[in-house]
Design a protein. Structure first.
Length: 119
């Protein structure tokens, strides 16, 4: 994922019900260098529709780990949380906030929940 002015990257996730969802991304500038996320905060929300309440809400204190100078963003959603989600298409975005308070949506897209059989 690379930083482009005023443009969030689009990536569609597929998440299996009853599984732990884990992804690690690296936020890079236009030259391919990692962007230092030291002292940044992050938030990710998953919603069934754009105007509904979040079904998943993560921050760097619960589900997101920022990797500082490496520019990594690790996202983890527990299996108990994915088990509670309806098998359907949801939507998400990932917003980071700089130490100066500037918020930037860096990633967005569909968050498809695939129905699980084994529980």
């Amino acid at each position: 994922m690379t930083s482009e002015q005023n443009s969030a990257a689009t990536y569609n996730f597929k998440c299996n019900q009853n599984e732990t969802f884990q992804r690690t991304l690296t936020y890079k500038d236009s030259t391919g260098s990692a962007i230092d996320l030291t002292n940044f905060t992050a938030a990710l929300q998953v919603r069934r529709d754009f105007d509904t309440a979040p079904v998943i809400s993560l921050t760097e204190s619960a589900g997101i780990t920022l990797g500082g100078v490496a520019g990594t963003i690790a996202i983890v959603i527990a299996a108990t949380a994915t088990a509670a989600l309806d098998a359907n298409t949801h939507y998400y975005d990932l917003v980071i906030t700089s130490p100066a308070g500037v918020k930037t949506r860096i990633l967005e897209g569909k968050f498809d929940i695939v129905r699980g059989v084994t529980r």
